[in-house]
Design a protein around this ligand. Structure first.
Ligand code: NI
Length: 387
């Protein structure tokens, strides 16, 4: 552990500098070209031989000690959000319309810090470490793309760990919970076709806007009337476009949104459920519809043994009282796709500060002190499993 301490101290400012560089060049899902190049170049500099283009813009690197032992995977996400940053930071986004308001720049930097420290202590380890820099977490497509690219076939993994900076937990706290942590999610888009016409003559039209409002209401009643009240369920319509003028009945309405649940059976049946409800409303009003559905990803369910490993490691990084069990969230994470295939745990790193803002807020400022906690936790987990 002393060996780790020295290298963790040395990596602290370096990790922050890497993070600031990444923060200034945010790139949205599957467009992480500069980010991936920076990651690969940094890994090269640390003595790794990274694979690039894994599932699009993903990067993977292995620390192979040459000695027998387990393969432990750590994953960071690299993508930014399609929004304008308003943080006022000196290293704020230089890319208009893209911003690291979910902290994925921090996650990437923390994993590079981990790569640096573990490379420095590799002679004390036995087994392998797989470092996964994933694209496109925000659209829940990056993990799938990397797995379809054969990531786990090339690198069979025994354990997987991921982290997210979490403003809902105070800085200095580590949140770990076995079992359900983050919800399964899916995406849907619905186009409703009616018959447009004069605003004064509804009897000659099929008002797609009005049908759309009924669809929105019917979708809300899935959560309130069909779902088991003991199972948290969310249906959110986040977009609704219809109409052009005050006296024109709209012939088309387009809406879309997302669903959340912890129940894998409910998650798998969403497409059918949505289709049944939308068809019922449209049929009753003489409209037709198109439903485009994307299944998203399953729930993040932390493996009890993996959760114990994280808790034990965290208690050596922060005070034991600072290791807490966080509330589950209906937010989703495609880290769950790795957990479907191997034992894994996803950790919340406390990043909450007085007057702070929530994730995805354009003016959010992440406390950089949290980065050292993330790096130390990863390294301690690797040390506990491989030393
Ligand atoms: Ni995120």
């Amino acid at each position: 552990m002393d060996a780790l301490h020295k290298h963790l101290d040395e990596a602290r400012d370096w990790t922050i500098a890497v993070r600031r560089h990444l923060h200034a060049i945010p790139e949205v899902a599957f467009q992480e070209v500069k980010t991936a190049a920076c990651v690969a170049e940094t890994l090269h500099g640390l003595g790794y031989a990274p694979e690039t283009g894994v599932g699009g813009t993903g990067v993977a690197a292995v620390l192979d000690t040459g000695r027998p032992g387990p393969c432990v995977m750590f994953r960071a996400d690299m993508d930014a959000l399609p929004m304008q940053e308003e943080s006022g930071l000196p290293f704020a986004s230089t890319h208009p319309g893209a911003a690291h308001c979910c902290g994925h720049d921090c996650h990437t930097a923390m994993l590079l810090g981990t790569a640096r420290v573990l490379a420095a202590v590799r002679d004390r380890l036995a087994g392998k470490v797989l470092l996964v820099f994933q694209p496109a977490e925000e659209v829940a497509g990056g993990a799938q793309a990397m797995l379809e690219h054969g990531l786990f076939e090339r690198h069979p993994v025994d354990w997987c760990f991921g982290q997210h900076l979490w403003p809902a937990l105070p800085l200095g706290v580590v949140g770990m919970k076995p079992g359900n942590l983050m919800a399964a999610m899916s995406w849907f888009e619905i186009a409703i076709n009616g018959k447009g016409g004069h605003g004064a003559m509804p009897h000659l039209c099929v008002d797609a806007l009005e049908v759309g409002t009924q669809v929105v209401g019917a979708l809300q009643r899935i959560a309130s009337r069909q779902a088991n009240p003991l199972q948290p369920t969310v249906v959110t319509v986040g977009r609704f476009h219809a109409g052009t003028a005050l006296n024109i009945i709209s012939g088309r309405a387009e809406l879309g949104g997302t669903t959340r649940t912890f129940d894998t059976g409910v998650w798998k049946s969403w497409e059918k459920t949505l289709d049944t409800v939308v068809r019922g409303v449209c049929d009753s009003m003489g409209a037709t519809y198109e439903l485009a559905f994307r299944p998203g990803c399953p729930p993040v369910i932390n493996h009890p043994e993996a959760a114990d490993i994280v808790r034990a490691a965290a208690a050596k990084v922060v005070a034991e009282a600072q290791v807490v069990e966080p509330e589950p969230t209906m937010g989703g994470e495609d880290f769950s796709l790795y957990q479907e295939r191997t034992r894994g745990a996803f950790t919340f790193i406390g990043a909450g500060v007085e007057g702070g803002r929530p994730l995805h807020n354009p003016a959010i400022v992440f406390p950089e002190e949290a980065l050292a906690t993330g790096v130390a936790l990863n390294c301690r987990i690797a040390w506990d499993l491989l030393a």
